[in-house]
Design a protein around this ligand. Structure first.
Ligand code: SAM
Ligand code: DTB
Ligand code: SF4
Length: 332
């Protein structure tokens, strides 16, 4: 009865893009019979997007490993023994050459990630040059460099940075179980600096870290209640990395994962919901369900930052079978 009441109010919100989601409304949607949930998500998806187009982003780790943060899922934290070799910040020319290859293979957005708590003053000139160089190729630029203050965000904006990725990762409640070297509030501060600078926000999280269903719902409520919905919402399925605290986490049940995607689509109707890390462990059918539930962006290329991603041929074959086309830059 209560769930029904909440659902009715969620129903009223059906057509509105808004940032006042209650946990009850969100939870009631998440708990719908699967077919009802997916039907709603697909209906909303079709109002805002071509259902047969998926945006392609490409990642590059511009500075790998040796990170001072202790994120329990991450191969790049200096706190864990993942066996990864740390490397220095890449040279600008190499980054631009890699971006060109990605553009020629169909990616429209280039996302450069660094294993930093935050960029050091001495690194800013280099990352600015990377943004300028990749932008000049006609690609959208994205960076994920850890925490930013307002000055740093403004510098990146002037350089031409289109998106900044900074995930809240999980619910506020569960956050401290996963990361101890920074707080949920620190994440929100950086997101506010990014937004204030005029860079578009890419923000999502990880599922399958041993969290409860309520944590997945609460994470999406936080995202959907930011002052503006993030333009991109990456939903990562944990890639368990041996040697990290979450290396032996129990995999998430696939239907729960699809429900999370569907809820993200319903709550943030105009955002690009990205089916991010973890696709190598998903069947084609599970990915197809995720697209049906409203996911409309993926990472392409056989490596994410340090972990594997499906080979290009495999993704191309899946797209052909599903009749999905890459999204054009202009259509975004
Ligand atoms: N150091 C920056 C930061 O943490 O903001 C940027 C890089 S970090 C690797 C980017 C995001 O990748 C994390 O916030 C997390 O959501 C995701 N991620 C990292 N390791 C992952 C894993 N093993 N499985 C799934 N997602 C992961
Ligand atoms: C995001 O949400 N997922 C990407 C991107 N943003 C930077 C990163 C996934 C990383 C997966 C683990 C790895 O490659 O090390
Ligand atoms: Fe560092 Fe980012 Fe990995 Fe956390 S997720 S350890 S901040 S690279």
């Amino acid at each position: 009865m209560i769930a029904e009441m909440h659902l009715n109010s969620a129903e009223e919100a059906f057509d509105r893009v808004h940032t006042q989601w209650t946990r009850e409304d969100a939870q009631a949607l998440y708990d719908l019979p699967f077919n009802d949930l997916i039907f709603r998500a697909q209906t909303i998806h079709r109002r805002h997007f071509d259902p047969n187009r998926v945006q392609l982003s490409r990642l590059l780790s511009i500075k790998t490993g040796g990170c001072p943060e202790d994120c329990g899922y991450c191969s790049q934290s200096a706190h864990h023994e993942s066996g990864l070799t740390a490397s220095k910040l890449m040279e600008v020319e190499r980054v631009i050459a890699e971006a060109k290859k990605a553009r020629d293979a169909g990616a429209t957005r280039y996302c450069m990630g660094a294993a930093w708590r935050s960029p050091k003053a001495r690194d800013m000139d280099t990352v600015v040059a990377m943004v300028e160089g990749v932008k000049a190729l006609g690609m959208e630029t994205c960076m994920t460099l850890g925490m930013l203050d307002l000055d740093q965000a403004q510098r990146l904006k002037v350089a031409g940075l289109d998106y900044y990725n900074h995930n809240i990762d999980t619910s506020e409640r569960y956050y401290s179980q996963v990361i101890s070297t920074r707080t949920f509030a620190d994440r929100l501060d950086t997101l506010a600096n990014v937004r204030a600078s005029g860079i578009k926000v890419c923000c999502g999280g990880i599922v399958g870290m041993g969290e409860e269903k309520a944590d997945r719902v609460d994470m999406l409520v936080t995202l959907a209640n930011l002052p503006e919905h993030p333009d991109s919402v990456p939903i990562n399925m944990l890639i368990p990395i041996p040697g990290t605290p979450l290396g032996k986490a129990e995999p998430i049940e696939p239907i729960e994962f699809v429900r999370t995607i569907a809820l993200a689509r319903i709550m943030m109707p105009k955002s690009h919901v990205r089916l991010s890390a973890g696709r190598t462990a998903m069947s084609d059918e599970m990915q197809a369900l995720c697209f049906f539930a409203g996911a409309n962006s993926i990472f392409v290329g056989d490596t994410l930052l340090t972990a594997d991603n499906p080979e290009e041929d495999k993704d191309n074959a899946l797209f052909r079978r599903l009749g999905i086309q890459p999204m054009k830059r202009d259509a975004e």
